[in-house]
Design a protein around this ligand. Structure first.
Ligand SMILES: Nc1ncnc2c1ncn2[C@@H]1O[C@H](COP(=O)(O)OP(=O)(O)OP(=O)(O)O)[C@@H](O)[C@H]1O
Ligand SMILES: [Mg+2]
Length: 255
């Protein structure tokens, strides 16, 4: 039986998509059968895994609309054990509201996760920022959740809200486990970033924070621009190594 891990955050731009892509890739590189699902209508996963140039970019929105079958839109990637379900044609449109409302009220997302789990996939879900109806829905179907937290001033400000939302989600879905909060974009030589990290470590219960943090690196930006997972493109980069360590930490928990 597979399992579903959601990557969620209250704030935007904290590294959710980067984390989802690299965790999924690192798990696939360990030989885990992995499906990366983009429920965010911004569709950034398509850029990050190098599928931008492809003609075929139908995905979840198109399955939801009934124009495509699921098996036709689960795409292969350069990594043999990694498949991707993009958000689909909604990412080309300016308006995402009806897609989000449709996805939140449809049984299809739950059916899809159940099908993927039945086939033994570890499903990694990239979500839109905030705790909208779609993210709450994803949490209803997930067994694991991780929360990236960017190392910047006021980082902790929104953490209480997200932790409360996860607690509420566990009332509806007792299977859901918060695996940890992941510090992202930590800057080695930046005193502010280091102070934030120290503050976060001091104020959050130790068991909530992953031992590994993700540094801010140029190679991360380059990989995204090149449309390749960082762990594949620059495995020796410090952020790539941290994502690999994260995959090591999670692997045994993703039963
Ligand atoms: N470790 C890192 N080092 C350098 N840049 C990074 C790192 N992680 C993420 N970034 C960059 O920060 C920006 C935001 O990252 P990302 O898109 O992963 O965040 P997000 O939480 O998914 O954003 P959104 O809420 O808009 O979906 C991107 O330009 C990404 O390339
Ligand atoms: Mg994103």
């Amino acid at each position: 039986m597979g399992t579903v891990l959601a990557v969620v955050s209250q704030k935007g731009g904290v590294g959710k998509t980067t984390t989802a892509i690299n965790l999924a890739s690192a798990l696939a590189m360990r030989g885990r059968k992995t499906l990366l699902v983009d429920v965010d209508p911004q569709g950034a996963v398509r850029h990050g895994v190098g599928l931008l140039g492809m003609d075929q970019h139908a995905g979840l929105a198109d399955v939801l609309a009934g124009t495509h079958e699921l098996q036709d839109v689960v795409l292969p990637t350069p990594l043999p054990w990694l498949r991707v379900l993009l958000s689909g044609s909604v990412s080309d449109s300016g308006s995402h509201e009806s897609y989000l409302a449709g996805l939140a009220s449809s049984p299809k997302l739950g059916e899809l996760f159940a099908r993927a789990r039945g086939r033994g996939y570890v499903v990694i879900v990239d979500t839109p920022p905030g705790l909208g109806a779609v993210t709450r829905r994803v949490l209803e179907y997930s067994q694991h959740v991780i929360v990236p937290l960017q190392s910047e001033p006021l980082a902790l400000q929104t953490t209480t809200q997200i932790l409360r939302a996860i607690r509420e989600a566990t009332l509806r879905n007792p299977e859901l486990v918060l695996e940890g909060i992941l510090l992202t974009m930590l800057e080695e030589g930046n005193a502010v970033s280091q102070r934030v990290a120290a503050y976060v470590r001091e104020h959050l219960p130790a068991e909530l924070l992953f031992d590994v943090a993700i540094p801010r690196t140029m190679a991360s930006i380059d990989a995204f621009a090149a449309g390749q997972p960082l762990v594949l493109r620059s495995p020796d980069d410090l952020a790539a190594q941290s994502y690999t360590t994260l995959a090591d930490l999670l692997d045994s928990k993703l039963a």
